[in-house]
Design a protein around this ligand. Structure first.
Ligand code: COA
Length: 159
């Protein structure tokens, strides 16, 4: 059974991330969304909240699982017995960083394969930071995130 890991910060998960997960499900039997604590990014949602958003969005879909992790993604992959890492490529500007990550991960774990998927063009400009900024200023975010995340963001920024 081919099990893929999709690591990221997901603060919060956007429709662009969901698009990547849906595409990965066409290729692999199971997708584990691995949510990094990413303390340096100072996430606005706790790890538990980010896991809960993904659990709720994919409720009823046994092929998608959300877990939190700290430490190296290569160690997590070993622990999860997966040798496939999914990453999304939105634009050429993502490439350099992703190329670096993939090669560093390969240097540490030669059997781990990074697989890059591209989201629909309409999501190519999307980022969690922009969604958070728009939500914090009362802007409309319904075309960028699932309603579960939209409500969570509105709750977070309620005055
Ligand atoms: N749709 C919308 N947005 C997307 C997207 C998509 N399909 N794909 C990426 N993004 C955005 C994210 O929202 C995020 O935006 P933000 O920076 O504004 O929050 C940005 O692109 C990149 O984020 P993400 O994909 O979550 O990656 P990351 O850089 O935050 O996390 C990890 C990268 C967690 C995978 C990486 O740091 C890691 O592996 N950490 C573990 C420690 C480790 O192993 N380090 C050594 C690595 S060699």
């Amino acid at each position: 059974m081919a099990k893929a890991l999709y690591p990221g910060t997901f603060d919060p998960i956007t429709l662009g991330h969901i698009d990547i997960i849906d595409r990965a499900l066409h290729l692999f039997d199971e997708v584990t969304v691995a949510i990094a604590t990413s303390a340096a990014k100072k996430p606005i949602f706790t790890l538990e909240e980010r896991i809960e958003h993904i659990d709720k969005i994919f409720e009823g879909n046994k092929k998608v699982k959300a877990i939190g992790f700290t430490g190296l993604v290569v160690d997590l992959a070993k622990e999860q017995e997966s040798n496939i890492l999914i990453r999304g490529l939105r634009a050429v500007s993502d490439f350099e960083y992703e190329f670096q990550l993939a090669n560093m991960n390969r240097a540490m774990s030669p059997d781990l394969e990074s697989v890059f998927l591209t989201p629909k063009a309409k999501f190519s400009f999307l980022s969690s930071t922009l969604v958070r900024e728009i939500a914090s200023m009362g802007g409309k975010i319904e075309s960028f995130v699932d309603p579960i995340v939209m409500n969570a963001l509105q709750e977070k920024f309620k005055k």
